[in-house]
Write a protein that binds this ligand. Structure first.
Ligand code: ASP
Length: 436
């Protein structure tokens, strides 16, 4: 069976199994118990111990670890190769300008959509504020992010998986290799060979993707507090999901159709495995090996474009996260009865767009970014506690949108540079076994 289809089926089965565990796993609570009492009972049950925290947790974590294990060698090696294969190094400047410009544009569109939806549907009106709490760890200022783009120690950058620093180092190494004549050629060949080996590693890990996705999704659904949705958060939840789907289907389709003149349906068919992996892992960074594999094998994009734009996008472009931030800010403002002025809404757009730069795509980081946005418009950061419980499913969905946005921009940039094989892009018949 085609791997994409298998991943999709395992995801759906995982969701069903998770919900069955939630319903019948021996930890249904009597209705007169408080939420906390209920949770204690649930977490002491055999189903929770052996399956949710046992099998699902271990299986899912192994898959995430395997993906993370690939991330640093893959980005380093493929980006060095990508830069070495650039016929004209000035192309790098163009690639950066185009991709950063489009990343900022898609994030601004996402935020505008989110603020519009939240103003129309007003999900926070009448929402009880309660005594929510949230502990926001502070984010470094933008100046520090800029200064730290150049690593003082490339090995430390790799050890800490600092994506922007690895990108800068890999580009410089790639450029130096192209300038180093005979010796450079030898090292370049070594990187080409290493790239082949790392790609095979990705193939090996990808074979386990259906099972990994199954475990991750079963665990999420088995522990998701669906009852919270009935207690006033349903509107917020539905609006964020609606905004994410709308942005993914509408904005990216239109951009790909207009700017790249390509069929968006083929784009989504090619990106499916990465979208589901992102959904399962809640991490753009961990999904990177799969995103890169889909871009190469399914979308026919050349390494010298995607090896730069995708790792960059995983770090600086978070459209899905921006949608959550836009809707959550207005939701909280509405719940607290605060009217945000036009200038404050613009502040939300600016802060949320800039906040994602330099923040790694890891689970729940969107909530920390949201703390920064709320502070800018004088809303209480503790209010994030209201939406914390149900954030996991939203995190999964927005991560899928985040990586789709990275791939959409990559497709447009690649097309404009003539770095995409249109036949591969359009050939959806032989997809995603990733064996070539
Ligand atoms: N988990 C998201 C990502 O990795 C970021 C977020 O929390 O919104 O892209």
């Amino acid at each position: 069976m085609n791997l994409s289809v298998k991943i999709l089926i395992f995801m759906l089965v995982g969701a069903v199994v998770g919900v069955l565990f939630l319903q019948f796993g021996g930890y249904q609570c009597a209705s007169d118990l408080s939420k906390a009492e209920c949770q204690t009972i649930q977490q002491g049950s055999w189903a929770y111990t052996y399956f949710v925290e046992g099998l699902f947790n271990v299986g899912g974590s192994l898959f995430i670890n395997a993906l993370k294990m690939l991330m640093v060698p893959l980005v380093l090696v493929s980006l060095v190769c990508g830069v070495c294969s650039l016929a004209d190094p000035s192309k790098l400047g163009r690639l950066s300008l185009k991709s950063i410009g489009l990343y900022l544009l898609t994030t601004a569109i996402a935020l505008t959509l989110a603020l519009t939806l939240a103003s129309i549907f007003q999900p926070g009106i009448g929402m009880p504020v309660g005594d929510a709490t949230f502990d926001a760890s502070s984010k470094p200022p933008l100046t520090d992010v800029l200064i730290n783009i150049v690593p003082t120690n490339p090995f430390e950058a790799m050890v800490k998986a600092n994506m922007l620093q690895i990108i800068v180092f890999a580009i410089l190494v790639g450029l130096a290799i192209t300038l180093s004549g005979e010796q450079g050629k030898r090292i370049g060949n070594w990187f080409e060979d290493a790239n082949k080996v790392v790609m095979e590693l990705v193939n090996i890990v990808m074979k386990f993707a259906p099972y990994g996705v199954f475990f991750l999704i079963a665990k999420t659904f088995a522990t998701f507090p669906f009852s919270d949705l009935a207690e006033g958060l349903g509107g917020y939840f539905a609006l964020v999901i609606g905004g994410l789907i709308l942005h993914a289907l509408l904005t990216y389709s239109v951009l790909i159709a207009i700017f790249a003149r390509l069929n968006p349906i083929n784009f989504f068919k090619g990106m499916w495995p990465a979208m589901i992996t992102a959904f399962g892992t809640s991490s753009s960074n961990a999904t990177l090996p799969v995103t890169m594999r889909c871009a190469e094998s399914n979308l026919g994009i050349h390494k010298n474009t995607f090896s730069f734009t995708l790792p960059l996008g995983a770090t600086i472009n978070m459209d899905g996260t921006a949608i959550m931030q836009g809707i959550a800010t207005l939701f909280i403002a509405q719940a607290y009865g605060v009217d945000l002025s036009m200038a404050q809404l613009l502040t939300v757009v600016l802060t949320a767009t800039l906040a994602s730069i330099g923040t790694a795509g890891v689970p729940s980081v969107g909530l920390i970014l949201l703390a920064g946005v709320l502070t800018q418009v004088n809303l209480p950061v503790e209010a994030i506690g209201m939406i914390l419980g149900i954030d996991r499913l939203l995190d999964m969905t927005r991560t899928a949108v985040n990586i789709t946005g990275d791939a959409a921009v990559t497709t447009i940039v690649a097309k404009s540079e003539g770095e995409i094989d249109i036949d591969t892009f359009n050939d959806t018949s032989n997809r995603s076994n990733f064996d070539d």
